[in-house]
Ligand binder design. Structure first.
Ligand SMILES: Nc1ncnc2c1ncn2[C@@H]1O[C@H](COP(=O)(O)OP(=O)(O)O)[C@@H](O)[C@H]1O
Ligand SMILES: [Mg+2]
Length: 305
């Protein structure tokens, strides 16, 4: 076991010997985080003293945990400043996973620029800051097909829409800009309609399993309680190209930030192979129920990362 637990090591409970871990959710997600029950059970089996808590619960003494593992803080994008303040203050007193530097980097999809600059295949993306006009780019994209507009800080498909008309794109961008948000404009990657999206799950840098996720923008989205759009998720065996891309990008982030507890590499299919739509390193569902042993691997990763 890695005993390098950072500032929290002097404050962690010394009596039980069990590693005391916070599995962090949010009030709205507690009933719909389907990983949580399995992760709690696997943690118990692994001898971890796991506690399910909400990130914004003011009664919690974060320094009482050896590790604070973010799991389903799915409201963070609506409260990003507050969430990052919480992450910073928690990282000051204990071991936050994923580490603060990852959370700060990964909560804004402008990190896709870094991945592109590092040579990874990513969904072609134009970032449009408030006050900037992207009409020319939008017209050019629309000549080739539908366009997706989404905020750079988002999750659960919130505020993410597919458009075929210039006016709809402009209205969507303006609405997000009025709220002070940076906008992403992408071509609609239509191969997803046939082959689905693929998520690859890594725990402590080691590949665990993959899943398929149906296209979210092929038809009208149904939001589940305002937290996330309803999804079709199935087990999937990742192919070689997906694994090569996933392994390479996880190696890159591990080199840059140290080995993360969890990474989900989400890929869209194209005629030329998979491209990264996002790296989920903040609060991803890991769909541990889809793969034998995945919850146990997660518990083991919490002990070794
Ligand atoms: N450029 C795109 N082409 C096709 N589908 C997209 C595109 N961007 C987003 N989507 C769909 O919308 C969903 C949510 O978008 P995503 O970028 O993954 O944001 P998040 O999951 O953080 O809300 C994706 O799972 C995918 O189904
Ligand atoms: Mg996504």
């Amino acid at each position: 076991m890695n005993t390098n637990v950072g500032p929290g090591e002097t404050r962690g409970p010394v009596s039980s010997g069990a590693r005391r871990v916070a599995l962090v959710s949010c009030a709205e997600a507690l009933d719909v985080d389907y990983d949580m029950e399995l992760v709690v059970a696997a943690s118990k089996t692994a001898g971890i003293d796991a506690h399910v808590v909400s990130w914004d619960d003011p009664t919690i003494d974060w320094s009482s945990f050896d590790m604070v593992a973010i799991r389903s803080t799915w409201d963070y994008h609506r409260r990003i400043d507050e969430f990052l303040r919480w992450a910073r203050s928690t990282a000051d007193v204990t071991r936050l996973m994923n580490p603060l530097a990852i959370i700060e980097w990964n909560t804004d999809k402008r990190y896709l620029n870094d991945l592109q600059n590092a040579g990874f295949a990513v969904v072609p993306t134009i970032f449009v800051e408030p006050g900037r006009d992207a009409s020319g780019d939008v017209r050019r994209l629309l000549e080739r097909g539908d366009v997706v507009v989404k905020p750079s800080i988002s999750a659960g498909s919130n505020d993410t829409e597919r458009h075929s008309s210039f006016d709809d794109v402009v209205r969507h961008i303006e609405g997000l800009h009025d709220a002070g948000r940076t906008v992403m404009v992408q071509p609609y990657m239509s191969h997803v309609d046939v082959d689905d999206e693929t998520g690859l799950v890594y725990m402590n840098g080691v590949y665990s399993h993959a899943f398929a996720k149906g296209p979210m923008l092929a038809s009208t989205k149904t939001m589940a309680g305002g937290l996330y759009a309803e999804e079709r998720i199935e087990p999937r065996v990742a192919d070689d190209a997906q694994r090569r891309l996933g392994d390479a990008v996880v190696a890159w982030v591990s080199e840059r930030f140290g080995s993360p507890l969890y990474v989900r590499v989400d890929l869209l299919p194209t005629a030329d192979g998979p491209v990264i739509i996002e790296l989920e390193m903040t609060e991803p569902s890991l769909y541990v129920a889809l793969a034998d042993g995945a919850a146990d691997r997660f518990a083991a990763a919490m002990l070794t990362c």
